[in-house]
Design a protein around this ligand. Sequence first.
Ligand SMILES: [Zn+2]
Length: 323
Amino acid sequence: MTDVAIGVDVGGTKALALIVARDGRVLGELQAPTPHAHDDGAGTATAKVLTELINELCARHALDSHEVPVGVGLPGLMRRDGRLAFAPNLRTASGADLGTLLGESLSSSIVFCENDANCAALAEHEWGAGRGIDDFVMVTLGTGIGGGVVADGKLVRGRSGFAGEIGHMVVVARGVACPCGGHGCWERYASGGGLHRLTREAAIEGRLPTLVAQSGSAASVRAEDVTAAAAHGLDEAVMLLKEVGWWLALGLANLAAILDCGHFVIGGGLSSASDLVLPSAREYLADLVEGYSARPAITITSSMFGPRSGAMGAGLVAFERNT
Ligand SMILES: [Zn+2]
């Protein structure tokens, strides 16, 4: 049995690679920017970046990249055969067979691909905030929103492996355009990308006067400015993060109504703002979910591994499939 695996989480902006031990310890880490331009649509540039990342990480830790199992978490619709069928937030690799490309470039037969949020759910279920919990939903707030649904102790995969695309649940009919081609998807309101959009909107509408004065113009206020100012108690910034909390609660209420899950684990890049967003989401959930007082308590917690859970779970996928 292998002692370590490589887990890679390919996000909209960067790819994170970890060396993961079977008990969940992280023994090494390296990251690289995700390529967006100059790809040929077949994922060749993405595969090249990932190959270099994995080889470099292995070299630094005296591992042989031909022999270490590799798991790769990718954003979008992952077919059961490992092909990335559709990836609105990673368009250059949409349709690519990255598992095969990486297997060829690493000269390895032990490369496995999985949806990134499913990876995060598996890591949290095995080692983290979902440990011992049979019914929970992993919600990753990054460029978009990813989801991994665990029901009766098992990951729900669906007919084609596409289950858990919760970020594209429509929360506003004919709402804001989404990279997936739809309108009003949840991730346009409650993700890191959603916060960016809401920030711009609020700045233009005059709801962020202090931040606009500080940065010189409405167009130059960034989501990070809102998060930082809210941490220092600036009212207008706190109000905007409360708004994000409401949008988050709206989607969670829909999921609770459908799945009767008692627990949500929130991870991803926006989880750094979770101290400010999650309390308001908890508050709003009580009003938004059907029969809140008749249900056992619904809990919303931060992921234990933050932005690392996807890569850790990809490592777990590598362990489990390399048998
Ligand atoms: Zn969408």
